[in-house]
Design a protein around this ligand. Structure first.
Ligand SMILES: [Zn+2]
Ligand SMILES: [Zn+2]
Ligand SMILES: [Zn+2]
Length: 132
């Protein structure tokens, strides 16, 4: 059980760091990413989906997430693959600045002069936990 307690401690630390990071992101993102389901094109108050974890795409809050970076899943890349029958990388947080779906969106919006926002942070660097 000692190991469980240790993990919990690490998770609590992680949560604080993530909270902090989320705040930073919210300060900088000017537009349309929903901070409840982490999909694009609507705001929290128009959200008709449930809470989606930004790290693993599970149905829980970020603070309750126990996924390791290996288990991260990006909800936007997953959805894209599903509907477009593609196979882009999904093993990252949906706030990851290297998300292929988000990068593509940024590119398209920039082309149309619609770029109002930017995702600048990568969560993975804050969640590397040594499980020993
Ligand atoms: Zn939403
Ligand atoms: Zn999760
Ligand atoms: Zn993605």
């Amino acid at each position: 059980m000692e190991r469980g307690a240790q993990t919990r401690k690490l998770l609590l630390q992680k949560k604080i760091k993530l909270r902090w990071l989320i705040c930073q992101i919210e300060d900088y993102v000017v537009a349309n990413m929903c901070f409840k389901c982490f999909r694009f094109s609507h705001r929290i108050r128009d959200c008709r989906r449930g809470e989606t974890c930004t790290l693993c795409a599970g149905k829980h809050r970020l603070g309750e997430c126990t996924a390791s970076p290996m288990e991260f899943k990006c909800i936007n890349s997953l959805t894209y693959n599903k509907y477009k029958n593609k196979n882009i990388c999904t093993n990252h947080s949906s706030l990851d600045k290297n998300c292929p779906f988000a990068s593509n969106l940024v590119e398209v919006q920039a082309k149309h002069g619609l770029l109002k926002w930017r995702i600048f942070a990568t969560l993975t660097q804050y969640t590397e936990i040594d499980p020993t």
